[in-house]
Design a protein around this ligand. Structure first.
Ligand code: SF4
Length: 70
């Protein structure tokens, strides 16, 4: 699972980080760091929740297979 970061949409609400601090890194001003995120196995749900909590839709979920056995 990957999270694509659309940096220019980020408005610095820090909601992603508040939801899932283990997944989302912010800079000193509360903006998401400008790189895509490879979500470690087992943290897909936390990543998904964090992405969904972004009001700017700056976090795009990719390669998420809910029923993936891998
Ligand atoms: S919730 Fe969205 S807008 Fe807020 S810091 Fe995270 S990516 Fe940026």
């Amino acid at each position: 699972m990957k999270i694509r970061v659309v940096k220019e949409k980020c408005a610095g609400h820090a909601r992603c980080w508040a939801q899932s601090p283990e997944i989302y890194d912010l800079d000193d001003e509360g903006y998401i760091l400008d790189h895509d995120i490879d979500v470690p196995e087992g943290q897909e749900r936390a990543a998904w929740l964090g992405a969904k909590s972004c009001p700017e839709r700056a976090l795009v979920i990719e390669d998420y297979k809910k029923d993936s056995a891998a």
